[in-house]
Design a protein around this ligand. Sequence first.
Ligand code: ADP
Ligand code: MG
Length: 252
Amino acid sequence: MGTIYAIANQKGGVGKTTTAVNLAACIAEAGYPTLLVDIDAQANATVGLGVAKTTEPSVYDVLRGDVSALDAVVETSIEGLSLLPAHPDLAAATVELARANGSDTRLRDALEPVRERFTFVLLDCPPSLGPLTINALVAADRVIVPVQTEYFALEGLAGLLDTLGLVQRRLNPRLAIAGMLLTMHDTRTRLAHDVEQEVRQHFPDLVFKTVIPRNVRISEAPSYGVPVIHHDPHSNGATAYFELAKEMVARG
Ligand code: ADP
Ligand code: MG
């Protein structure tokens, strides 16, 4: 049975998708069969892996119950990495799921049959605490919370932790925090250093040792439809995501 990780933070632009794509690629490259599930209607993870966001069937059809997850999974250019793609139609799912009773477990139930094929399943969440993110937290065993090392880093984290606690109590007792991940860290600035200290003090033992640097290769890679380890395997960004993959696998 694969372990399911949700990559979640209701803030946009903190590095969720970048982490989902690059971490998934590094784990797959290390030899673990991996599935990335894109549940953001923006479909950035889908496009970032070189798959068209008009691909059908998509995770939207799976959440509606029209198609089984196995039939919607596609292969990517990275050996061992499969994708359950998102489609812009997924925006409608937010409304549909909010209306339907008992819809919080749709994703969990849909992923049940694919879980056996993969060692790791990563869920790239949208920037909200809406029904899609709740579905991801109900399906997940662990959560990774990317935190951008900038002035407002801690803002919003309390709300996220409250939501995690609520999901743990009411819907998914096995949910655990795998770690908070500092992203887009600019080693040259005092601010990044201070924010790192603050987050580590606030959440001792909860922050990954690995820090993802701000790196232009990371931001270029999606326009080529590849993860940074294929765009520039020797870049600081690629090295950092390899380190993170090792740390995540070691933490178990
Ligand atoms: P989210 O999914 O949380 O909204 P993204 O992963 O899409 O955030 O990242 C937001 C933007 O920041 C994207 O343009 C991405 O390319 C860029 N970015 C993310 N991580 C890095 C990094 N480590 N270095 C440079 N740019 C980054
Ligand atoms: Mg995103």
